[in-house]
Write a protein that binds this ligand. Structure first.
Ligand code: ATP
Ligand code: MG
Length: 656
């Protein structure tokens, strides 16, 4: 059948340090396998017990799973709860004065907020939203910088049962408009301006532009948080209201709206690496359970931790591991307004030192950038508070993993490489760090209760070492409930007929090694077919990144008369972009390198050098655009979620 060939051989493996293992919540492999067995044997009571243990219910549920209308699954459906109550109120009895948020602004200013203070702020803003006429089920678009108020706005929506749709503050007016229109938003929450890397982001002006476009008529009010002293460029009386005026005089408590377990908590549009973004609709209880449980297991959460996830709340990672998971567990966390390279590439390391961060979670793109800009910089900081590191968003190339492990983690911190998606709501495949040995480049093993597998086109499991479709064979609580306004697309995208509509199809390709570890090979859409061998993108890219000169690489296929497809590689060097003779020499060198590392089959026919690669705003490489460039095609595709559009012309010109 149509499996993939795996060519990468990675043999390094790292057991958790003895001290880490001893103190871990899930300690040693036996504990992990025992949990898996429980889930296998008693799937529903496994999840039911966790839901009773981790969530505070207003009214308990009587049924765990309703699969009568598959794939529109319902979990805990007659249970009643409020997510914001679970994130705030329930901590107040003992942890009212615990720090919830350590906010570091772009300019370095630090603000600390306790749980009781956060509760007060959320209640006031929730009352403010109600005064505008927002009620249960209404949609609120949140288009904010990464500041405390972004989290307050999300929690306030959860408190009154409004469905939030957070739009990343780096998106343009067009992207904001599309999301407002698709969600039928009633209110937009924004800031006059944002600050990122010393630059001003004109958020309010973008909202004005978005609201001027047809299709935004559902919006009755925009709430504007004053982040900078500049005021707002334009003002629409009767529609626009300042945040501080809205909450002025509002009561400091707000009775939560009690929700059915499956009532939608939020919609979040996927990051758009592969096409038109989808409005991923998540539930209240099932989603919360996934966020809480994965947070405590994968990050081995301890009440004394200082957790820092660098993701913006505009991404699912910022929902599950900033807004909901850590707050739901009563954690102390750092949130950061700025960017890793401002004022210099030591920013992250300085912040870890200053705030004594114990658990640090970031993206491979940030790691590769920081290697390129200052591989030795972490040495200048005291990073001894760290005990655990994590990554998410893309496959991490083994050499970047090794650098992270050695230079940042001091060879003492396990790395949790967490595979998951907007659609899965919480981490799916990731090591429980006190239980499982890690291998650079592998997300290791599924969490207990997650029935992940790799299958061929007919749905049959593939043998170890062969790549295929990554699927999850049973529904789980934090799985997407539907695509907003598009149930048909939900069914055909995620539960296609080919697999009898039974398996959740993730859209990624992966293989498993002899010990059952998962290795993500890339997106199904990006698979290459070279001389009859189907190859994922990740392995060839990782071979390139293993070369000491290379910082980042992306590979795509282009049609080839003999081979079917030829490999084209786009490469960013650690040093300056080479041109002319130098580029030719390096092209030959890198071709040989790949042939030597993983085989002649994977050798690129063509290598192009850029200062950077086209990426989504969340830092993911957009291979579909590179494919068009490699083929010399016009770029007729949607580039609205692209971080750096100007890079496209450089890569087009660099054709030799
Ligand atoms: P779209 O679905 O609109 O194309 P997207 O898939 O980039 O956008 P996300 O849900 O943010 O949107 O990203 C999920 C994807 O990111 C996964 O399907 C996978 O391809 C990749 N990914 C995330 N974490 C990892 C990881 N640890 N290892 C490998 N790949 C990962
Ligand atoms: Mg996706």
């Amino acid at each position: 059948m149509s499996t993939l060939d795996s060519i990468l051989r990675e043999t390094r493996s790292f057991d958790p340090a003895e001290d880490f293992r001893r103190k871990a919540t899930v300690s040693g492999p036996d504990a992990y396998y025992a949990l898996c067995e429980q889930a296998d044997d008693h799937y529903l009571s496994f999840w039911g017990d966790l839901a009773r243990e981790l969530i505070s219910w207003k009214k308990p549920f009587s049924r765990v799973l309703d699969d009568s209308n598959a794939p529109f699954f319902k979990w805990f459906d007659d249970g009643v709860l409020n997510v914001s109550y679970n994130c705030l109120d329930r901590h107040l009895a003992v942890n009212a004065n615990k720090i919830a948020l350590i906010f570091e602004a772009d300019d370095g200013d630090v603000t600390r907020v306790t749980y009781s203070e956060l509760h007060r702020r959320v209640c006031q803003f929730a009352n403010g939203l109600k005064s505008l006429g927002v009620s249960k089920g209404d949609r609120v678009v949140i288009y904010m910088p990464m500041v405390i108020e972004a989290i307050v706005a999300m929690q306030a929506c959860a408190r009154i049962g409004a469905i939030h749709s957070v739009v990343f503050g780096g998106f343009s007016a067009g992207a904001v408009h599309d999301r407002i229109q698709d969600a039928g938003a009633k209110v937009v929450v924004t800031a006059n301006e944002g600050l990122r890397g010393g630059k001003i982001v004109p958020l309010k002006a973008m909202v004005d532009e978005a609201l001027a476009m047809p299709g935004s008529e559902t919006v009755i009010a925009t709430v504007v948080y004053q982040r900078t002293n500049n005021g707002a460029s334009t003002w629409h009386d009767g529609r626009d209201i300042w945040w501080h005026k809205l909450i002025d005089g509002q009561p400091e408590s707000c009775e939560p709206e009690w929700m059915q377990a499956d009532d939608p908590l939020f919609i979040l549009y996927t990051s758009g690496s592969t096409g038109r973004p989808k409005g991923i609709q998540h539930s209240s209880a099932g989603y919360l359970l996934g966020a809480l449980n994965s947070f405590r297991w994968v990050f081995d959460y301890k009440p004394s931790d200082v957790f820092w996830c660098t993701a913006d709340v505009g991404w699912i990672t910022g929902h599950s591991y900033v807004c909901y998971g850590p707050l739901g567990m009563g954690a102390t966390q750092v949130i950061f307004e700025g960017v890793p390279t401002y004022p210099d590439a030591g920013r992250f390391w300085r912040m870890i030192e200053q705030h004594k961060v114990t658990t640090f979670y970031t993206a491979p793109t940030a790691i590769r950038t920081l290697i390129k800009l200052g591989a030795e910089l972490p040495k200048q900081y005291d990073l001894s508070s760290l005990r655990l590191l994590g990554t998410v968003g893309e496959p991490i190339n083994p050499e970047a993993w090794m650098w992270y492990y050695e230079m940042v983690g001091g060879e003492r911190c396990p790395i949790v490489d967490t595979w998951w998606q907007t659609e899965t709501g919480s981490a799916m495949i990731a090591p429980l760090p006190g239980a499982i040995a890690t291998k650079p480049g592998s997300c290791t093993l599924p969490l207990p209760g997650i029935m992940a597998d790799i299958v061929d086109e007919s749905g049959a499991p593939v043998e170890p070492g062969k790549g295929g479709f990554l699927v999850i064979k049973r529904p789980f609580p934090s799985l997407v409930r539907t695509i907003w306004n598009d149930p048909e697309r939900f069914k055909s995208t995620y539960f296609p007929e080919e697999f009898n509509g039974q398996y959740y199809l993730a859209g990624d390709s992966a293989n498993r090694d002899e010990s059952g570890y998962f290795w993500i090979m890339g997106r199904i859409d990006d698979v290459l077919n070279v001389s009859g061998h189907r190859l994922g993108t990740m392995e060839i890219e990782s071979a390139l990144v293993a070369n000491p000169l290379v910082a980042e690489a992306a590979v795509v296929g282009k049609p080839h008369e003999v081979k079917g497809e030829a490999v084209v590689a786009f490469v960013v060097l650690k040093g300056p972009r080479p041109t002319g003779e130098e580029a030719k020499r390096l092209t030959a060198e890198l071709k040989n390198w790949v042939a030597h590392e993983i085989g002649k089959l994977a050798q690129p026919d063509d290598i192009r050098f850029g200062d950077n690669l086209p990426k989504t705003r969340s830092g993911k490489i957009m291979r579909r655009l590179l494919r068009a460039i490699a083929r010399g095609e016009e770029i007729a595709q949607d580039v609205s979620t692209l971080e750096n559009p100007q890079i496209l012309s450089q890569l087009q010109e660099s054709a030799s």
